[in-house]
Design a protein around this ligand. Structure first.
Ligand code: DAH
Length: 352
């Protein structure tokens, strides 16, 4: 029996030496140390042996078992190590291969310009107020002092929304951000009707006009409106604020000028020009030899508009201004055709 155990051990160890993969290793384990292995049969046959033989055979069988288990563990380590080495060799990683470029998105040039303007206005204390794109005729025109048959409406041909029966107050896509002035004033008044708070807001957003599309006019464009309402606000506040805006936007040395204009919702009204930042006022293609670039419309809020917003024009005054965003971007980047903005041509968009 003791010889048989030696034989079992020799055979098993011999078979183990040549094993080089995990699968064969596992089947070796079953064959040589599993429940029906020759070794285990020796253990289960111990009871049939004589009293003298039993301890000797038992002890020897245990030693064989330990020897096989130890040998298995060692072989197992070697097999794993070899497998690792093989896979490192086969699947080796070339870290010198250049990565695939990630194509990064970016903001639309109109959005970039809009954010720049809002940042400047924020530094000057103007908070963003967002208003509706779909408006009523009242908000878009009537409350802003455009009566129903006023010729100034001609400047802003509109997209009316059909299929409703709203008399002289139809729905339309807003033609400018100015209706937000009324909404902002009414919202402020609602917070404290007897003592409405002062207002200093910037109103950004898309506007829509039923216009012929040309290099200079589009059916949709962004505007930013500004509105300041309070006690004792004067035209010199308007001039100081907007000149400062011009300098922050176009450079500390830039000069500004105001020209008289007419808007129904402001009185008096003006347009502000900045000195052409391309030629420094000498005259060039961008400013069409004028030396000046028109930047925005502005004025003192008309008493009728204040009243419509809920502010008593005997107690409060204010100023407002409005500018086209794509127009500012066109000047800044010398873009010659406004149609590029919504043409979705990647060759244009990628430049910003
Ligand atoms: N709403 C005017 C337009 O779209 C721009 C404008 C002019 C806005 C003067 C103002 C303003 O607030 O005071 O043509």
């Amino acid at each position: 029996m003791l010889e048989k155990l030696d034989q079992i051990q020799d055979e098993a160890l011999h078979a183990l030496q040549t094993i080089s993969d995990e699968e064969t290793l596992q089947s070796w384990r079953v064959t040589h140390t599993g429940r029906s292995s020759a070794l285990m049969q020796v253990f289960s046959g111990l009871g049939k042996l004589s009293k003298e033989e039993r301890p000797k055979v038992g002890q020897k069988a245990n030693l064989v078992k330990i020897a096989l288990e130890t040998a298995f563990d060692e072989r197992s380590k070697i097999v794993k190590q070899e497998a690792l080495e093989r896979s490192l060799e086969r699947e080796h990683l070339d870290v010198t291969l250049p990565g695939r470029p990630v194509s990064k998105g970016r903001l639309h040039p109109a959005t970039q310009t809009l954010r720049r303007i809002l940042n400047i206005l924020a530094e000057m204390g103007f908070q963003v107020f967002t208003s509706n794109e779909l408006e009523t005729d009242e908000y878009n025109f009537q409350f802003l002092n455009f009566p129903p048959d006023h010729p100034a409406r001609e400047m802003q041909d509109s997209f009316y929304v059909e299929g409703n029966d709203r008399g002289d107050n139809p729905l339309l896509m807003r033609t400018h951000t100015s209706p937000g002035q009324i909404r902002a004033m009414r919202a402020a008044v609602a917070t404290d009707p007897n003592n409405p708070p002062p207002i200093r807001i910037a109103l950004p957003g898309m506007c829509f006009r039923y216009e012929q599309i040309t290099a200079r006019s589009e059916v949709q464009f962004n505007q930013v409106e500004g509105l300041a309402v309070g006690e004792k606000i004067t035209f010199s506040d308007l001039k100081g604020t907007l000149s400062d805006f011009g300098r922050r936007m176009f450079g500390q040395d830039v000069r500004t000028r105001f020209r008289a204009q007419h808007f129904p919702f402001t009185e008096p009204s003006a347009e502000m020009d900045v000195e052409c930042f391309v030629c420094g006022g000498k005259g060039c293609k961008v400013c069409k030899q004028a030396g000046w670039l028109e930047i925005l419309g502005c004025g003192m809020v008309h008493p009728v508009v204040l009243q419509n917003g809920g502010y008593d024009p005997n107690l409060y005054t204010g100023f407002a201004f409005g500018m086209g965003i794509e127009r500012q971007a066109m000047l800044r980047y010398k873009i010659e055709d406004i149609r590029y903005f919504w043409g979705n041509d990647i060759r244009f968009l990628e430049q910003f």
